[in-house]
Design a protein around this ligand. Structure first.
Ligand code: HEM
Length: 504
C-alpha cells in the first residue's frame, strides 16, 4: 500500500515537473500564485505576446530587489528597447501586461470595465481619499459628471487673469537671477502651486501667512509618495506601515488637510452668507462649483475636501514638470527658441484671451513635442477587477496593466528618429494619419485628464512670459538626463539653465 502511494506521489511530482519543463508558455508560472493569462483564440501565449525573461524560477518576482528609483525607471526602458513590443511580466501574485504600443493601448481602451486604477494610486489615498483620481465605479462616474463642466472651454476664460498675473510675477522674480545658473526644479513649482491654489481654492498663496508651510507640506507629501513608489518592498502595506514612512505621511497629510479645510470652511461661510462665492471682489474658483453641488446635496463635505486636494495635487507637479522640460528643451534648441520667441513677440499682449492663446501655434507644437519626449505622467496603470479580454489576451483578476506613456511616445513607427526634438511632428499634415493613441500625455479614454485644456493654457502662459522676457541658455546637457521611477517624471539630476534678459 505504502509503495503504491509512493509511486502515485512520485508520478504526480514527475508529471508536474514535466509540465513545468514542457510548457514553454506558462513555464515556471506554475510556481506562482497569480491567475494564468490565456489567449482568446487558443494560440500559444508566447505566440500572442512577448513574455519577459524570468529573473529566477519565480519569474520577475525578485527583479526589483536592491533597485533604487533610477534602476526601476531603467528596468522598463530596458524591456521596451529590447522587445520593441508590449510584454508580460510575471510576479508572485499578479501578472503585469506592459503596453508600449498604441495599437495595444487601443485594445485596453476598448474595454469599459478597465477603469480601476493600479497599485500606485492606492499610495495616494492617505492624502486624496477616494477622489476623482483614485476612485472607481459609480463614485468615479458621479464625480466625473459633477466636475466636467468646471473645465469647460468657456470657464477657462476665468482663469486667464490668474495665469497672467502669476506668470508676470514669476518673470519679475527672475530679474535678479538673470545671468546666474538656475535650477528649474527650484524655481518653477512655486508658480504652478500658486496658480492651482488660486484656481481651485480661490486664494492667493502670496497673501496667506501659512502659504510657505502649505507649499512645504505638499512637497513633503509628494516626496514621501515618490520615495514609496520607487521602492518595490514598500508596495506592501504592512511593510510600509511598519518599516516605511507611514507615520510621517499621515502627519503631513493631516497638516495639508487642516489648511485646505480652513479655506473651504471660510468659502462655505461666504456662500451661506449669500455671497455665492463669486462676489464682485472674489475670483471664481473650482471650489465654488463644488460648494454649489454640496448645497444641492450632490456631494458631501468630505467629498469637497477630496476633490480640492485631488485638483491641487494633480494640477501642481504635472504642470511644473511640463513647464520645466519645455524651458529646458528651448534652451537646448536655440533655433526653435528663436521661432517661438518671434511668434510670442507678435501675438502676446496685455489682454490675452483664450482664443489669443490659440494663435500661439508654434509654441503649442513646442509644448506638445516636450510633452511627447518628457511626459509629466510617464506611466499609468489599471487593475483588472474581473477576468477581461484585451485584444487576443484574457487577463485574470488582480492582473495589472501598465501603460508606459514614455515608451509609447518613442515608437519609431509614428515618430521616426524618436529622440529628435522636432515640434513640426505636430503640424496637422504630420498628425492626420497618426494613431490616436500614439500621443497620450493626458492619457486617453474615459479616465483621461480632466484638466488638460487648463494645463495647456497654463503652460503656454508661463512659457510665453519667460520667452518674451528672457533668452534661455543651456547649462545641463540633454544627454546627461537620467530619471527616477514614480508617478511623475522626475529627473535625478538638476535641470540647470541660464537666462539672459531681452531688451524691452
Ligand atoms: C501638463 C499637465 C498635466 C498632465 C501631463 C496630466 C496628465 C494626466 C494623466 C496622464 C492622467 C490620467 C491618469 C491615469 O489614467 O491614471 C490625469 C488625470 C487627471 N488629471 Fe491631469 N495632467 C495635467 C494637469 C492637470 C491639471 C492642471 C489638473 C487640474 C486642474 C488635472 C487634474 C486631473 C484629474 C482630476 C485627473 C483624474 C481624472 C479621472 O480619473 O477622471 N491634471 N492627468
Amino acid at each position: 500500500m505504502i509503495l503504491y502511494l509512493l509511486a502515485l506521489v512520485s508520478s504526480f511530482i514527475l508529471f508536474w515537473i514535466y509540465k513545468i519543463i514542457s510548457d514553454e508558455d506558462q513555464g515556471f508560472t506554475y510556481l506562482l500564485l497569480c491567475p494564468k493569462t490565456r489567449t482568446v483564440d487558443g494560440t500559444k501565449l508566447s505566440d500572442a505576446v512577448r513574455i519577459s525573461k524570468p529573473g529566477t524560477i519565480f519569474r520577475n518576482t525578485f527583479d526589483f530587489v536592491n533597485f533604487n528609483a533610477e534602476k526601476l525607471f531603467n528596468y522598463s526602458r530596458g524591456f521596451a528597447n529590447e522587445y520593441k513590443c508590449s510584454y508580460l511580466l510575471h510576479f508572485l501574485v499578479a501578472t503585469s501586461y506592459n503596453v508600449i504600443r498604441a495599437e495595444d493601448l487601443e485594445d485596453v481602451m476598448k474595454e469599459p470595465d478597465l477603469i480601476t486604477k493600479g497599485v500606485y494610486y492606492h499610495f495616494l489615498e492617505d492624502f486624496l481619499g477616494s477622489g476623482l483620481l483614485t476612485s472607481a465605479g459609480n463614485k468615479w462616474h458621479n464625480r466625473r459628471k459633477l466636475l466636467t463642466p468646471s473645465f469647460h472651454f468657456t470657464i477657462l476664460e476665468r482663469f486667464i487673469d490668474i495665469f497672467r498675473s502669476e506668470s508676470g510675477k514669476f518673470v519679475k522674480d527672475l530679474v535678479p537671477l538673470a545671468g546666474e545658473q538656475l535650477v528649474l526644479q527650484e524655481v518653477i513649482p512655486k508658480t504652478t502651486l500658486n496658480i492651482i491654489c488660486e484656481s481651485a481654492l480661490g486664494i492667493k498663496l502670496s497673501e496667506v501667512d501659512s502659504a510657505d508651510f502649505y507649499r512645504k507640506t505638499i512637497k513633503k507629501i509628494e516626496h514621501l509618495e515618490m520615495e514609496r513608489s520607487g521602492n518595490f518592498l514598500m508596495y506592501f502595506d504592512f511593510i510600509y506601515n511598519w518599516f516605511g514612512t507611514k507615520t510621517e505621511l499621515v502627519k503631513e497629510c493631516s497638516k495639508a488637510h487642516t489648511f485646505t479645510s480652513e479655506i473651504i470652511n471660510k468659502r462655505r461661510e461666504g456662500f451661506q452668507g449669500g455671497d455665492g462665492g463669486v462676489g464682485r471682489k472674489k475670483r471664481f474658483a473650482l471650489l465654488d462649483n463644488l460648494l454649489i453641488h454640496e448645497k444641492e446635496g450632490l456631494i458631501d463635505g468630505q467629498g469637497v475636501c477630496e476633490e480640492v486636494d485631488t485638483l491641487t495635487f494633480e494640477g501642481f507637479d504635472t504642470t511644473s514638470t511640463g513647464v520645466m522640460f519645455t524651458i529646458f528643451m528651448l534652451g537646448q534648441h536655440q533655433d526653435i527658441q528663436q521661432l517661438a520667441f518671434e511668434e510670442v513677440k507678435s501675438v502676446v499682449n496685455e489682454n490675452m484671451t483664450v482664443s489669443n492663446y490659440s494663435n500661439l501655434q508654434y509654441l503649442e507644437r513646442v509644448i506638445k513635442e516636450s510633452l511627447r519626449l518628457y511626459p509629466p505622467v510617464p506611466y499609468v496603470s489599471r487593475e483588472v477587477v474581473k477576468e477581461s479580454k484585451v485584444g487576443n489576451l484574457i487577463l485574470g483578476p488582480k492582473s495589472d496593466i501598465s501603460i508606459h506613456i514614455f515608451d509609447i511616445h518613442r515608437d519609431p513607427k509614428y515618430y521616426p528618429d524618436p529622440e529628435r526634438f522636432d515640434p513640426d511632428r505636430f503640424l496637422p499634415i504630420n498628425t492626420e494619419n497618426r494613431h490616436p493613441f500614439a500621443y497620450i500625455p493626458f492619457s486617453a479614454g474615459l479616465r483621461n485628464c480632466i484638466g488638460q485644456k487648463f494645463a495647456m493654457l497654463e503652460l503656454k502662459s508661463i512659457v510665453a512670459a519667460v520667452l518674451k522676457n528672457y533668452k534661455i541658455l543651456p547649462v545641463t546637457k540633454r544627454e546627461d538626463l537620467r530619471f527616477e521611477a514614480g508617478l511623475i517624471l522626475r529627473p535625478s539630476i538638476d535641470l540647470v539653465i541660464k537666462l539672459e534678459k531681452r531688451a524691452d
